[in-house]
Design a protein. Sequence first.
Length: 195
Amino acid sequence: MRTAEIMRKTAETDILLRVNIDGTGKSIIDTGCGFFDHMLTLFAKHGRFDLQVECKGDTNVDYHHTVEDIGIVLGKAFAQALGEKRGIVRYGNFILPMDESLIMSAIDISGRAYLGFSLDIPTQKVGDFDTELVEEFFTAFCHNAALNLHIRQLSGSNSHHIIEGAFKSVARSLKAACAIDEAFSDEIPSTKGVL
């Protein structure tokens, strides 16, 4: 089983995160932000990742540190759980319809961090969640998981749907990229021999 457990404590956040890449989609999420809990719950469900996230953050300020730091820890956890990445498919993509929104994501677990982020979220908030934090989360996740991720909005006008579509699409792309290619299960999927 490809699993990781990371604890990270700073002056701003105290995080415990456990992930099982080969899970069933079970999750226990408590970040202090209801909307973000919802996004991580569906991320786990659609990626079939077992995910536990407990965070005590300075939410009296806002959710910025909580969201960014969870992105950091989740990225580190995926990097740790994937190890040398032997046998993974490496690439994944998914186009996900969410009512009026249509979100495309594509991933390369390349060892090189890059985020191509193209979401046009029309409101500054969904509930009490600042929508600009979506990009902060995925930036932190990409840099710490060392992967290349593109997220593009093909259509959409409802902020909740656009963000939810992004989390679901990325989860499905990541699930595909992390999958083991049984025909090449003992190989590193790179001509360099390392990812």
